[in-house]
Design a protein around this ligand. Structure first.
Ligand code: FAD
Ligand code: NAD
Length: 466
């Protein structure tokens, strides 16, 4: 088929999530003609419509409407609003999503990035067929292609999903009522975030995890704090519990765990992993290989697949599967595709887990430092020890810093509590600029701030190092 000149592009990006968006705009800034193919009616991807933004908006809404942040001061019975319904939770979400989509469409327009709504599929190494609404198809060609198709929830057979009481993490954001009790299957980042958000809403939550531990990439001392706080709030943690069966009996969801325990609740959210949306992409015609979860293998420096003009980025390539890193990967891919040299990515990037309380971390955990046999010392600060924390009525929250004792380098910063995802960036700057404990000892910090915890934790470590 002859493709008209108007459908021939320098760069076609499949998927408009963080990876696709950043790549498209970057290529357009380099003067290239760019088309974004998006199968959804709206641009933005999982990040905007079902993942990052909705979950973070829900969290903020819950914390505001419940007055959760004030409970440290006024007691655990404090409520900002007596009754909170599903409509209260979704109202803010609608406004946030509209704002995000508008902003993104505007950014594409400003940069001359074209958008075509439909599912993309390779029909040749440089040709993509887009299946649009009403059965119409269109073929476009590209010198370079980026696959940024992201993931979707894994929905195992045997789980009686019904969109009402047994939901996946895409469906939970469109609740028609707030349940009195919720079982969350899978204590990954998604499970922990939603379990703790619903618990802050006074929903009785049971969190079930097949393994004996959870969030293994986080420093264990931080997880111990989280576990303690969750138990204190009445969240039932069922670790080391494999699910034998999930059934709906008398309008209740009944989960039978191996070992004989039974968990009953009004609602269940299943979030035990995600699957890359590679189905129907036609990768087999190109020879691009994927693993059992659909993850595409790429060169980590250039993000090229085995077929050198085809790139992949974001959740489609697996770890770390974050919106933040997907954005950067999109830019790296576009720059490489069009000959723009990029410095190597910094070694460390932060993780933000928007649980209640939030967790953020950068660098090595104490477990990793020990495994590498690096001589080290730790410093701890409790957020309530800072004047700001005291004013805010914080009861929980801590910062842990790890330093190498031989060259005084900062090795890792691990924070749990209010503001953790913002605070971590100070540690990130020092870590990636190869700074030492002296930065924290010598510099003056605003007072009163939570950032003062850096000073306190560094002094704590320093006193033991001297
Ligand atoms: C509940 C949840 C909470 C999260 N919270 C955070 C967080 O707080 N911080 C963080 O950094 N990350 C978070 N993430 C992860 C983050 O959302 C993802 O890492 C990020 O969205 C991945 O971006 P992406 O560009 O790879 O693709 P996605 O955002 O997944 O977008 C892919 C797009 O490709 C489209 N597509 C798929 N196949 C085709 C096709 N054949 N043709 C055309 N279009 C196609 C899809 O419709 C979709 O719009 C969260 C994820 C979830 C699920
Ligand atoms: N704040 C953030 O950055 C953020 C937030 C949410 C999601 N994400 C990203 O989304 C991705 C997906 O997250 P996720 O939590 O769905 O997946 P995950 O794969 O990280 O975690 C799934 C968890 O479910 C457990 N599990 C699997 N099968 C089970 C079963 N039958 N019974 C009980 N437990 C079971 C696994 O052991 C694991 O702990 C992650 O890679 C994460 O990076 C990031």
């Amino acid at each position: 088929m002859n493709v008209p000149a108007s459908d021939q592009y320098d760069f076609v990006v499949i998927g408009s999530g963080p990876a696709g968006r950043r790549a498209a705009v970057q290529a357009a800034k380099l003067g290239r003609s760019v088309l974004v193919v998006e199968r959804d009616k709206r641009v933005g991807g999982v990040c905007v419509h079902t993942g990052t933004i909705p979950s973070k908006t829900l969290r903020e809404t819950v914390l505001n409407l419940t007055g959760f942040r004030e409970r440290g001061f006024y007691g655990s019975a404090f409520r900002a609003r007596g009754v909170i319904g599903a409509a209260d939770l979704t109202e803010r979400l609608g406004k946030t999503l509209e704002f995000e989509v508008d902003g993104l469409e505007h950014q594409f327009n400003r940069n001359g990035v074209k958008i075509l709504h439909g599912a993309g599929r390779f029909v040749g190494p440089h040709t993509i067929e887009v299946a649009m609404a009403a059965g119409e198809t269109r073929q476009v060609t590209a010198e370079k292609v980026l696959i940024a198709v992201g993931t979707q929830p894994r929905r195992p057979d045997g789980v009686p999903f019904n969109g009402r009481t047994v939901l996946d993490s895409d469906e939970i954001i469109n609740l028609d009522h707030v349940p009195r009790s919720l079982t969350v299957i899978g204590a990954g980042v998604i499970g922990v975030e939603y379990a703790t958000i619903f618990s802050a809403l006074d929903v009785k939550v049971t969190l079930v995890e097949a393994r004996d531990t959870f969030l293994d990439f986080i420093d264990r001392e931080i997880i111990d704090e989280l576990t303690h706080e969750l138990r204190d709030r009445g969240v039932a943690l069922r670790l080391g519990s494999k699910v034998d069966d999930i059934a709906i009996e008398d309008e209740r969801v009944v989960v039978r765990l191996d070992g004989g325990r039974v968990v009953r609740s009004e609602m269940l959210m299943h979030c035990a992993g995600r699957q890359v949306s590679v189905g129907g992409l036609g990768l087999e015609v190109l020879g691009v290989k994927v693993d059992n979860r659909g993850r595409i293998a790429v060169d980590p420096d250039t993000l090229q697949t085995e077929v050198s003009h085809i790139y992949a980025a974001g959740d489609a390539i697996g770890f770390p599967s974050l919106a933040s890193t997907s954005l950067e990967q999109g830019r790296i891919a576009a720059c490489h595709a069009f000959g723009q040299r990029m410095p190597p990515a910094p070694r460390f990037f932060p993780y933000g887990i928007y649980a209640v309380p939030e967790i953020s971390t950068i660098g090595m955990t104490e477990e990793e430092v020990r495994a590498k046999r690096i001589p080290y010392e730790c410093g701890i600060a409790r957020l309530r020890e800072t004047s700001r924390g005291h004013i805010m009525g914080l009861r929980g929250g801590m910062m842990k810093m790890i330093f190498a004792t031989d060259d005084r380098r900062l090795l890792g910063v691990h924070i749990i509590g209010e503001g953790a995802t913002e605070l971590v960036h100070i540690g990130q700057a020092v870590l990636n600029l190869h700074g030492t404990i002296d930065y924290f000892i010598e510099n003056t910090f605003n007072y009163p701030t939570l950032a003062e915890a850096y000073k306190i934790a560094a002094l704590d470590a320093y006193n033991r190092m001297v």
